[in-house]
Structure formats: structure tokens, C-alpha cells
Write a protein that binds this ligand. Structure first.
Ligand code: FES
Length: 102
């Protein structure tokens, strides 16, 4: 599966995120603890967007009810979410954030 170029890495500050849409799919690029992650911009609890959620130390907190998700695995770290969110293999190439979208 080819990687898809989504945004310039320099446009996403440390411990911040950037919402992007690709082929109608709503994604969120997160920059945390020195790494970049691409996840679905949708919480697994009540399907709310995750953008504007706090990003720290490799996790993102849902801004609606506060569930946190591990950015690498997508695993829910605390209630009210129980199921993981989708994550995509991510790399930096020539200064761009690219993800392997399925
Ligand atoms: S919608 Fe995200 S925790 Fe409820």
C-alpha cells in the first residue's frame, strides 16, 4: 500500500494536531513526544471529532468526555471509551507527513 502525503511536518507544532481530509476521510495528524501519528479524527465513544483534544506524551484526550487514546496503538486508555480508534502507519519523507491509508 503506498503512502499518502498529508501535510508538511513543519506545520504541526510539538504536542499539537492538525485535522486534514483525504478522499473524504477525516484524519488527524498528531505530533507528540518527537513522533508523528495519523489517526481517524473520530472518537470511538460517541463518534465526536478528536481535533482540539489535548495531545501529550503519546496520547490524545477526547475534548468531549475526556477519554484518552494511545496515538501509536489507538487503544483507549480510560473510560468512557472502551474500543480503540483507527491509526495508520506514518512516516516523514522529505519533510512531509505521510500515512499508509487502507
Ligand atoms: S465522545 Fe470522546 S469520550 Fe465521549
Amino acid at each position: 500500500m503506498p503512502y499518502t502525503r498529508l501535510a508538511a511536518a513543519a506545520d504541526i507544532a510539538a504536542e499539537k494536531s492538525l485535522a486534514v481530509t483525504h478522499d473524504g476521510r477525516k484524519l488527524l495528524i498528531c505530533h507528540s513526544a518527537g513522533a508523528f501519528y495519523v489517526i481517524d479524527n473520530r472518537c470511538s465513544h460517541a463518534e465526536e471529532p478528536l481535533e482540539c483534544g489535548r495531545v501529550r506524551a503519546g496520547w490524545i484526550a477526547c475534548p468531549v468526555h475526556g477519554a484518552r487514546f494511545d496515538l501509536a496503538s489507538g487503544a483507549a486508555m480510560n473510560p468512557p471509551a472502551r474500543t480503540p480508534i483507527a491509526t495508520y502507519p506514518t512516516r516523514i519523507a522529505d519533510g512531509w507527513v505521510e500515512a499508509e491509508l487502507d
